[in-house]
Design a protein around this ligand. Structure first.
Ligand SMILES: Nc1ncnc2c1ncn2[C@@H]1O[C@H](COP(=O)(O)OP(=O)(O)OP(=O)(O)O)[C@@H](O)[C@H]1O
Ligand SMILES: [Mg+2]
Length: 293
């Protein structure tokens, strides 16, 4: 079961209805995502929908396993619009963004073909572009698409010299996990081009229902204990006792799944504790796990 029944404000529903991509079914329907993000507050979705429908870019900012990618996928679902994605790394270059040339045959004749990349595709079809881990890219790479990200919505493809102007509907969603190893601070000019939405770890009843729908765990008592564990982990993160990743919802869901078969304490060890860098942190979570399970 997917969590896609949002109680969006009336005006936002109307906005979505006018912007939804229901008539544009020419291609890439398989890139319309299933959604399933559970927002801690409906404002997060409201604001992202508002920004995107005005042609503004959205930057989802939050720790690992907070649901940023799910959030972006839910926007694709809500707008009923395909979403191309780019995964940033130090190897990201112009070709992986824009596309590349390749040799092909037309009968006997050799021709040069251009295989479009995610940026070119999303622009040409008026679809979404998801840029994941945007601060993992080398600082000089993303400025290539500055013109795509501002009001111009235009780029000159350096491989074909073609000027591409984004089709109506084109929108950019990016995700960032600040302070994570390997990341660089996001260039100010780049950050300036986004509306920023903070994505925190969900808690309480929302987490409970996420565990019920997204894991195999059904034991009510155990589910409540995992929700308590998560809230204690989040508190410890806020107090500076643990690094942010310790409270990752992704890791918690893994622990829930494993504990259907193996004892919960061992599930927590494998999914959460053994990922922590410092002995002090591992001991802290171990004690917490001992008191609860
Ligand atoms: N609020 C949420 N709603 C729905 N699913 C969530 C939520 N928070 C965490 N999850 C679940 O946790 C897992 C990780 O989510 P996701 O991949 O979207 O996180 P992320 O923020 O993109 O992490 P990363 O920074 O590591 O890429 C998924 O299985 C997702 O379903
Ligand atoms: Mg992600």
């Amino acid at each position: 079961m997917m969590n896609n029944d949002y109680h969006l404000p009336e005006n936002i529903m109307q906005l979505l209805n006018t912007k939804r991509n229901d008539n544009n079914q020419e291609s890439f329907q398989e890139l319309i995502r299933p959604g399933g993000y559970v927002p801690p507050e409906i404002d997060l979705l409201t604001d992202a929908i508002t920004a995107l429908s005005m042609g503004k870019n959205v930057l989802l900012k939050g720790p690992t396993g907070a649901g940023k990618t799910k959030f972006a996928e839910s926007l694709s679902y809500l707008f009923n619009q395909p979403m191309f994605s780019v995964n940033c790394s130090v190897d990201l270059d112009a070709e992986s963004l824009l596309g590349f040339k390749t040799l092909d045959y037309q009968g006997e004749k050799q021709i040069i073909d251009f295989i479009p990349g995610p940026v070119t595709n999303a622009m040409n079809y008026g679809d979404f572009l998801y840029i994941d881990e945007i601060n993992m890219a080398k600082p000089e790479t993303l400025p290539l698409i500055n013109g795509v990200l501002d009001y111009r919505r235009t780029i000159t493809n350096p491989f074909t010299n073609e000027i591409i102007k984004a089709k109506e509907g084109f929108g950019v969603i990016a995700a960032i996990n600040e302070g994570y190893i390997g990341t660089v601070p996001l260039n100010e000019a780049l950050k300036n081009r986004f509306i920023v939405i903070e994505v925190p770890y969900i808690e309480g009843d929302q987490l409970k229902s996420l565990i019920q729908t997204n894991t195999n765990l059904s034991d009510k008592n155990l589910i409540d204990l995992f929700v308590k564990l998560s809230s204690d982990l989040i508190t410890a993160v806020h107090q500076g006792k643990l690094s942010e990743d310790a409270a990752s919802i992704r890791a918690l869901l893994d622990a829930c799944d494993l504990s259907v078969i193996i004892p919960p304490k061992r599930a927590i060890l494998r999914s959460i504790i053994d990922k922590l860098e410092e002995e002090r942190e591992r001991e802290f979570v171990n004690n917490l796990s001992d008191t609860l399970f």
